[in-house]
Ligand binder design. Sequence first.
Ligand code: PMP
Length: 405
Amino acid sequence: MIDIDKIRSDFPILTQKINGNNLVYLDNSATTHKPQQVIDSIVDFYSSMNCNVHRGVHYLGEQASIAYESVREKVKDFIKAKKSKEIVFTSGTTESINLIANSFGRSFINKGDEIIITEMEHHSNIVPWQILCENKGAKLKIIPINNNGTLMIDKLNSLITDRTKLISLTYVSNVLGTITPVKDVIKTAHSKDIPVLIDAAQAVQHIPIDVQNLDCDFFVFSGHKIYAETGVGVLYAKEKWLEAMPPHKYGGGMISKVSFKKTSFAEVPFKFEAGTGNISAVISLGKAIEYLNDIGIKEIQKHEDELMRYTFDKLSTLDGITIYGNAPKRCGIISFNLDNIHHYDAVMILDKMGIAVRSGTHCAEPVMSHYGINGSIRVSFAIYNSKEDIDGLIYGLKKVQEMHQ
Ligand code: PMP
């Protein structure tokens, strides 16, 4: 069992009063707060070793490079990759997906080829493929969803053709909380030699990950959603793909030799890390992973599952509520609307009570179209959320309903 009081005391922002009320923060899918340990790691970096990495041979440069590379090892272990060279640091999930679209896409997608995504993707896993397809004369195909928020996985076989070059899908829907059957998709895809990209932006903080067991080709996530600083993300790719793919950005740090005649590129993963990265954010990611490992991702999953069940029970006591999606396998993200109350109005009133939840389309407009809505209220959990947070939310939602009677 996790010690929720101890965990909450690690997050200084949670002691803040918002509009005179205790903060109830349930917008963790957008970003998570940072434990003191992570905040300290950023201050420590600038206080004791600030320097560019992989450049200076002086003391600070060496310390910074060692710290930076140790995070690559930590990420490798965290997602159970085979080699640390399969870990590329990016600025986030969005950049990781764009990197693959620009690099893999440039080399391996041609006119008439096809890419498959799903109806429940975040815009970051739609738009890069849409633009790539437009530029290349390729076709984007969509696996539809059922009303309960599950994937129509039985449609996959009929969508795949001999022109299918990539399948890219989310592990966990950022609107519905659905955990998608990524392993089945990968198995089917690989039986036809099609690589698979997993958008794990909403998965790594909730579910134990083993990329070798999944056998995915690409796997991406953002640091800021797993308790690290903004501005760092991860692209995992099987070594064979990183070797085969061209760099997507050019400049310092990604070369092995430059002359005016010819430039040769650095080895994997450095050929994908042009310019100065967000070093302190990378360091903070290492600390966030340590923090998660200390608690244990399985314990976190148990805690969040319990919170989710508790939330569903409490939400079901409200009249006039529509919850979107009810997948049997899901994570702590719940979207809903209250009858005759605009999601934006509801969230504004909740904010007055110190309750932070999201309203809008959640960067997933196709999901909104599926349910025929222009937005929803979304609550999403993190390790520091407690049943008291949910009680606060339910109290707030009842108040919102009373005000609209
Ligand atoms: N994919 C999913 C499933 C997400 O939830 C998000 C963030 N909401 C993203 C991609 C984009 O992440 P970032 O903004 O950190 O690049």
